[in-house]
Design a protein around this ligand. Structure first.
Ligand code: NOJ
Length: 517
C-alpha cells in the first residue's frame, strides 16, 4: 500500500505553518502503525513554489522550507529501518523558470541551453505558434520580448517545458534519477508524464465536441498533439533502464489517459512503467454498474504479467469523502483495499477528511487564481492533516498555510486511533487483513454479482476464497447467497462477524469481506 504525503500539509516541525521533512520523520511511527508499505512524497526540491513544488529550480537538493539533504537522508534511513519504502516525485516535463537551465536558455538565442526548452517563432501577426492551451488556463505559449520568441509551458508560465528531444536534456534528467537512487530512494512517481514529448511539428489540437463553456477551459481542445505521443515510449524505456541499474526500484507514472492508452505504458516485456497510475476510480461515477464495468475493462486490458493499481484520491482532486459522502467513503476504502493491485491512499483520506472550502482571500492554488469560480482549485483537498483536537490540529504550532477544516476537533488521528469503529480503524484493519490474506494481496479477481446498488467480487489464492460485498446505496439490501457458511471477516461498520446464512443482509452503506467455505 502506497501512502501519498503532500509535504506542505502533513506535519510542521518548526512552526512556520508548512509541513517539512522532520515533521514527516516524526510521524513515521504512525504510518508504520497504519500498515503503510511505501510513502510517496510530493516534490520537496528547491522551488519558488509558484505551483507548490511542481516548479523545480534545482532537481538535486531540498528546499529549505522542507529541510536539508541530511534531513532527507535521515528520513530514508528511518523509513527503511521500519520497512517502509520512500518514493519521490520526479518532474521531468518542466522546470521552474528560475532553474539555472531556463535562466540561461532565456538569456539569448545563442545560449548553449537555448534548445533545452521549447522556443518558437510567433505565428501570423505575432500570435502564439499554435493553439495549444495551458492546463492552468490561457495559451500555453509565453512571449519573451527580449529574444522575440515564444516558449511553451504546459502548465504555468513559471513552468517552462523542457525539450526532451534534446539528448543533453535527457542525459541531465536521467542523472537526476541516479542522484536520488544513489541516496537510497526506492522509486519515483513521474509527474505529467503524458506531456513530456510533444508533436515534432507542433500541429494545432482539434476542438473537443463535448466541451461547453463553464467547464475547465483547457478541455476545449483534445490534446491530440500535445500529449501521449508515440515517441514517449522511448523515454519511458530509458527511465526503466536507469531504474534497472539499481535493485528493486519502482516507477509510477502520472497518466490521465483512457484505460486502453494507460495500460500501454506497462510496455512490452517489462520495459515500461511498473505502475501507470490508474485514476479511473476518481473519474468513474460512484455507481455499482459503472464501477463493476470499470474493473472488468481494466482487468481485461492489462497486458500479461502487468500488476494493477488503484488510486482513490490525490492532491489534485476533490477528496473521496466529499465526492461520495462520509458513509460511502467507508465502502470506497474497502473497495480500494480489496481490489487486485497496489492501492494508493492520499494522506487524510484514512480519517475521512473532506474538502475544505477556501475563502477567496485565502486561495493559494495558481489554477484557481487563473481560472476562478468554476471549482478547479485544489486547495480544498490540500488542507493540513488533522492529528489532534489541540491548537493547529497538532499539525503546526504556527499559522497553517491553508485553513484547517472546521471539524478537526472531532475528526483527527488521535481520536480515531482510540475508537474501535472509526474510519482510521477501518483502514488499519483493512490493510492488516489484506497483508495477512494472500487472496487479497496477491490473489486473482473474479466478478460475482452486481446490480444497481451492489457490487460483489471474489479474490482467490491457493484454496482460499474471499468475497467482497459492497452496498453502494443508502438503503439496506439483501443478496440471495447460494453458499452458506461463509464468515464475515470485516464489516465497514466494524461491529459484525460470524457466519452468514443463506442470504446476505447488507445494511445501508455497508461493505463486507467474507471468507468462503
Ligand atoms: C500534476 C501534479 O500532480 C499537479 O499538482 C501539478 O500542478 C502538475 N502536474 C504540474 O506539475
Amino acid at each position: 500500500m502506497i501512502y501519498q504525503i503532500y509535504p506542505r500539509s502533513f506535519m510542521d516541525s518548526n512552526a512556520d505553518g508548512t509541513g517539512d521533512l522532520p515533521g514527516i520523520n516524526s510521524r513515521l511511527e504512525y504510518l508504520e502503525w497504519l500498515g503503510v508499505d511505501a510513502i510517496w512524497i510530493s516534490p520537496i526540491y528547491p522551488s519558488p513554489m509558484a505551483d507548490f513544488g511542481y516548479d523545480v529550480s534545482n532537481y538535486t537538493d531540498i528546499d529549505p522550507l522542507f529541510g536539508t539533504l541530511s534531513d532527507f537522508d535521515s528520513l530514508v534511513q528511518t523509513a527503511h529501518a521500519h520497512d517502509m519504502r520512500v518514493i519521490l516525485d520526479y518532474v521531468p516535463n518542466h522546470s521552474s523558470d528560475q532553474h539555472p537551465w531556463f535562466v540561461a536558455s532565456r538569456a539569448g538565442r545563442d545560449d548553449a541551453r537555448r534548445d533545452w526548452y521549447l522556443w518558437h517563432e510567433p505565428g501570423a501577426d505575432g500570435a502564439p505558434p499554435n493553439n495549444w492551451l495551458s492546463s492552468f488556463g490561457g495559451s500555453a505559449w509565453e512571449w519573451d520580448p527580449a529574444s522575440a520568441q515564444y516558449y511553451y509551458h504546459a502548465y504555468l508560465k513559471q513552468q517552462p517545458d523542457l525539450n526532451w528531444r534534446n539528448p543533453e536534456v535527457q542525459a541531465a534528467m536521467y542523472d537526476v534519477l541516479r542522484f536520488w537512487f544513489n541516496r537510497g530512494v526506492d522509486g519515483f512517481r513521474i509527474d505529467a508524464l503524458r506531456q513530456v514529448i510533444k508533436d515534432a511539428e507542433f500541429r494545432d489540437n482539434p476542438p473537443d465536441p463535448n466541451w461547453n463553456p463553464g467547464r475547465d477551459p483547457y478541455r476545449r481542445l483534445l490534446p491530440l498533439h500535445s500529449a501521449d505521443q508515440p515517441e514517449l515510449m522511448d523515454i519511458v524505456h530509458r527511465f526503466r533502464e536507469v531504474a534497472e541499474e539499481y535493485p528493486e526500484r519502482v516507477l509510477i507514472g502520472e497518466l490521465w489517459l483512457t484505460i486502453e492508452r494507460l495500460v500501454a505504458y506497462y510496455g512490452r516485456e517489462g520495459r515500461g512503467l511498473h505502475l501507470p497510475f490508474n485514476f479511473h476510480l476518481i473519474l468513474t461515477p460512484w455507481q455499482a454498474p459503472a464501477i463493476s464495468a470499470l474493473i472488468d475493462t481494466y482487468e481485461a486490458a492489462l497486458p500479461p504479467k502487468a500488476w494493477p493499481n488503484w488510486v482513490l484520491g490525490n492532491h489534485d482532486r476533490s477528496r473521496v469523502a466529499t465526492r461520495v459522502g462520509a458513509a460511502q467513503a467507508r465502502v470506497a476504502a474497502m473497495l480500494l483495499l480489496t481490489l487486485r493491485g497496489t492501492p494508493t491512499l492520499y494522506n487524510g483520506d484514512e480519517i475521512g477528511m473532506h474538502d475544505v472550502p477556501i475563502p477567496a482571500h485565502l486561495v493559494q492554488d495558481p489554477f484557481e487564481k487563473n481560472v476562478p469560480g468554476i471549482g478547479v482549485g485544489r486547495d480544498p483537498e490540500r488542507t493540513p492533516m488533522q492529528w489532534t483536537a489541540g491548537p493547529g490540529a497538532g499539525f503546526t504550532a504556527g499559522m497553517p498555510w491553508l485553513p484547517l477544516a472546521d471539524d478537526y476537533r472531532e475528526v483527527n488521528v488521535e481520536r480515531q486511533r482510540g475508537d474501535p469503529k472509526s474510519m482510521l480503524t477501518l483502514h488499519r484493519r483493512l490493510i492488516e487483513l489484506r497483508r495477512r490474506t494472500a487472496a487479497l494481496s496477491v490473489g486473482g479477481y473474479a466478478p460475482v454479482y452486481n446490480d444497481d446498488d451492489l457490487l460483489v467480487y471474489e479474490r482467490q489464492a491457493d484454496d482460499m476464497r474471499v468475497r467482497v460485498a459492497l452496498n453502494l446505496s443508502h438503503a439496506a439490501r439483501t443478496i440471495p447467497w447460494s453458499e452458506p457458511k461463509s464468515t464475515v471477516m470485516l464489516s465497514t461498520h466494524l461491529d459484525r462477524d460470524g457466519e452468514v446464512g443463506e442470504q446476505l443482509d447488507l445494511r445501508a452503506d455497508e461493505g463486507l469481506v467474507l471468507t468462503m467455505p
